[in-house]
Design a protein around this ligand. Structure first.
Ligand SMILES: [Ca+2]
Ligand SMILES: [Ca+2]
Length: 491
């Protein structure tokens, strides 16, 4: 109980806390990491000792979901605590500052800076190079950008469908771990932690790129997952026979190969193994940052939070990649540790990544920023059993949403297509309970209950939107401004 008393003082008497004494924050972001981490048990073989160590001294949200299954809209949502349906940012563009209506939004680092924090951003926090050119408007210190690091001269796996995108590659690539972009980002964070000025509290954001494709790792990371004996993800043939046609429209044409292509080209096992190897590599970089923090004078006064921007399919439901509204795309690691956070605790209540902004603000005693839409997770930090008042919502372009409460997942597409899964009985979301001629009244009732939480006033695409954008117009769906011909679906 003692620790919650301290927290209460921080929360309810912010003015009594001198700025320099506020807790620091280390925020670790990982790109395209699904629930294949030890704390979420998403894959039986996965080895993530650093994340397990963080979970052992903190609180793991086991039912946390991104607000969009794609980099830019997910990160925009997290950093502004606004839903994609409130900003109109659904695609890989635009950057918020290029949209007049969003140009003055106060992001999480900016909010902390305006209350006396030194803010640092290294690696992938915003999508691509967004914010970097603006320099100090977004953060006091910018570290190295996200990068793959050294790459093979040509693709390891040969041409892939959907335009042979150079990122669509994976496998053992002999090089030095030190030559990877994520190694450089971790080294920068370690250096900053060792040399942090003492005059202000700090908010250090460290963004790792792997296991985003291309999934290159050195042999030692592959050796953790022997090719012949590694566990393949469970893939049910015909799993999409009970999902609406419109479920294909939200990932209509992508560089990420379908499962059918991966199987035909004998690449499914190679991709899953490469993804696992890259997860373990990136976990080792998380470990370097945690080690540096633990050795520093800030160890006891720093909140650590780790998240991923969305998940990844490795063949489940006929696709690889993201851009779906199922578990594989929306469920993300979210782990908090530090002063006043319970140790080795788990919270099964729904949580949204956009809750971080108000949660971190409240944890250090800052007032809440204007216009934020997330809910503080402080009640669940105090007592992980505390019920949430609303489900976690994920949106992929206007009109397509999923809502998860403690048990169910409801999905509705822009043309009215629906799905409902009982995640307690069916954690892999294989059986759509709304499929067929007659639907059980109790499932209909459950679906309607969750549907009531879906966003009502949805912003259309923000000016400058492009890449992975979908619109339902009066004459049908348009993928990146080209009309979708449903019969041409690539399964
Ligand atoms: Ca991503
Ligand atoms: Ca199914």
């Amino acid at each position: 109980m003692q620790r919650y008393v301290c927290l209460a003082i921080l929360i309810f008497a912010p003015t009594a806390v001198v700025a320099a004494d506020r807790p620091n924050i280390v925020m670790i972001a990982i790109d395209d990491l699904n629930d294949w981490v030890e704390p979420l048990s998403g894959h039986p073989d996965v080895k993530t000792p650093a994340m397990a160590r963080l979970a052992a001294r903190g609180l793991t949200f086991t039912n946390a979901h991104c607000q969009a299954p794609l980099c830019n809209p997910s990160r925009t949502s997290l950093m502004t605590s606004r839903r994609p349906t409130s900003t109109g940012v659904y695609g890989l563009a635009p950057w918020i500052r290029n949209v007049p209506e969003l140009a003055d939004i106060v992001t999480m680092p900016q909010h902390f800076r305006s209350h006396g924090y030194r803010t640092l951003i290294g690696g992938k926090i915003y999508h691509g190079s967004y914010g970097r050119k603006a320099g100090q408007e977004e953060a006091d210190v910018w570290g190295p950008p996200a990068s793959v690091g050294v790459r093979p001269k040509k693709k390891l796996i040969g041409p892939t469908p959907g335009g042979n995108n150079p990122l669509m590659d994976w496998g053992v690539f002999p090089h030095e771990d030190e030559d990877k972009g994520d190694w450089r980002v971790a080294s920068w964070a370690v250096d900053e932690l060792e040399n942090m000025p003492e005059d202000k509290p700090f908010f250090l954001s460290v963004g790792f790129f792997l296991p985003h494709v291309p999934c290159y790792a050195t042999q030692k990371w592959f050796d953790l997952y022997p090719e012949q004996t590694m566990t393949m993800p469970p893939i049910l043939k015909g799993d999409r026979d009970d999902t609406p046609e419109s479920s294909w429209f939200i990932h209509w044409y992508l560089p990420e190969p379908r499962t059918s292509w991966l199987e035909k080209n004998d690449q499914l096992r190679n991709l899953a193994r490469s993804y696992l190897a890259c997860i373990s590599f990136v976990d080792s970089q998380v470990g370097r940052v945690l080690d540096a923090l633990e050795k520093s004078p800030h160890a006891d006064n720093t909140i650590v939070v780790l998240w991923s921007d969305h998940g990844y399919h490795l063949g489940e439901k006929a696709i690889s990649g993201k851009n779906s509204l199922w578990r594989h795309s929306t469920r993300v690691p979210l782990i908090l540790a530090g002063p006043n956070v319970p140790r080795a605790a788990r919270c099964e209540q729904p949580a949204e990544l956009m809750d971080l902004y108000p949660t971190l603000s409240e944890m250090v005693g800052l007032p809440q920023a204007d216009g934020i839409e997330g809910l503080s997770l402080i009640p669940q930090i105090r007592n992980p059993e505390t019920e949430r008042t609303r489900p976690a919502i994920c949106s992929h372009n206007a009109g397509n949403h999923s809502a998860c409460d403690n048990r169910w997942r409801y999905i509705r597409y822009a043309d009215g297509g629906e799905e409902l899964y009982d995640r307690k009985a069916d954690p892999l979301e294989l059986t759509n309970l709304l499929w067929g001629e007659t639907v059980d009244a109790k499932y209909r009732e459950q679906a309607d209950k969750l549907a009531a939480f879906l966003p009502q006033d949805e912003k259309p695409l923000a000016p400058g939107s492009r890449a992975r954008i979908l619109e339902k117009r009066s004459d049908g769906f348009y993928w990146q401004n080209e009309k979708i011909i449903p019969e041409e679906v690539v399964k």
